[in-house]
Design a protein around this ligand. Structure first.
Ligand code: HMH
Length: 206
C-alpha cells in the first residue's frame, strides 16, 4: 500500500461526512439558496487566492523533477462561476473558520518538511476530486453540473494524481517512519480534512 492509500483510509470517515454535508448534497442534488452560494463563493475566492500562494511555498520544497512533473495550474474561477453567485458576495468578508484553516496550512508549510507541506494541501485537492466524481451523475439537468465536471475533469484528476505521487515518492517506506513523525504527518493531514468539513458546514448554515 502506498502512503496516500494509508492516509485515505484514515480520512475516510471525514470524507463520508463531507459527502453528506448539506451544502455538498446541495451541489449534488441541485438544491442551494442564493445566500448559501454567495457565502461559499466569497469564502472560496479568498481561500483559493491564498491557496495558490501556499502552493508556491510548498513547490519550493520539492525536487526539480517533481516541480517539472507538476501539471498546469488550474483556474478555479470557472468552478466558482458555476455556482452563480450574486454581486452581494463582494460584501462578505472571510470568516474565522476560513482564516483558521489557512493559518493551519501556513504553519504546517512554513515549519514542516516537504511531506508535511504537501499533506496540509492534500485534503483540499483530493476531497474536491472525490466530491466531483461522487455526485457527477446524481441529478439530471443539474444547474451545478459544470462545478462537478470541473473537479472530476482529467485536468483536475492529473493534479490530484501528481499530489499523490509526490507524497508517495517522498515516503516509499512510510511503514518505518518514526512514530512521532508519522503522528505529525497524520495530524497535519487530518486537521486540514476537518477544516474542509467545517468549510462546507458553514456554507450550509447561511
Ligand atoms: C476550501 C476549499 N478546499 C479545496 C478546494 C479545491 O481547490 C477549494 N476550492 N476550496
Amino acid at each position: 500500500m502506498d502512503f496516500h492509500d494509508y492516509l485515505l483510509k484514515q480520512s475516510e470517515p471525514i470524507l463520508k461526512e463531507i459527502y453528506q454535508s448539506p451544502f455538498v448534497k446541495g451541489i449534488g442534488f441541485d438544491n442551494l439558496s442564493q445566500q448559501q452560494r454567495d457565502y461559499y463563493v466569497a469564502q472560496d475566492t479568498y481561500y483559493t487566492d491564498m491557496f495558490s500562494h501556499l502552493f508556491d511555498l510548498t513547490t519550493d520544497k520539492l525536487t526539480s523533477r517533481q516541480q517539472a512533473d507538476q501539471p498546469q495550474s488550474l483556474d478555479e474561477s470557472l468552478a466558482h462561476d458555476a455556482l452563480l453567485a450574486s454581486p452581494n458576495m463582494l460584501n462578505i468578508p472571510p470568516d474565522d473558520h476560513n482564516l483558521a484553516y489557512l493559518n493551519h496550512m501556513k504553519t504546517a508549510i512554513t515549519n514542516g518538511d516537504a511531506t508535511n507541506a504537501m499533506l496540509a494541501l492534500l485534503p483540499c485537492t483530493e476531497s474536491y476530486h472525490f466530491i466531483g466524481k461522487h455526485y457527477l451523475k446524481t441529478t439530471q439537468h443539474n444547474t451545478y453540473l459544470p462545478w462537478l465536471e470541473y473537479y472530476s475533469s482529467p485536468a483536475y484528476q492529473a493534479f490530484t494524481q501528481w499530489s499523490w505521487q509526490v507524497v508517495d515518492a517522498q515516503n516509499p517506506n512510510w511503514q518505518n517512519l518514526a512514530s512521532d513523525i508519522k503522528k505529525q504527518y497524520l495530524h497535519t493531514y487530518l486537521t486540514s480534512y476537518q477544516y474542509e468539513l467545517s468549510f462546507w458546514e458553514h456554507a450550509a448554515q447561511q
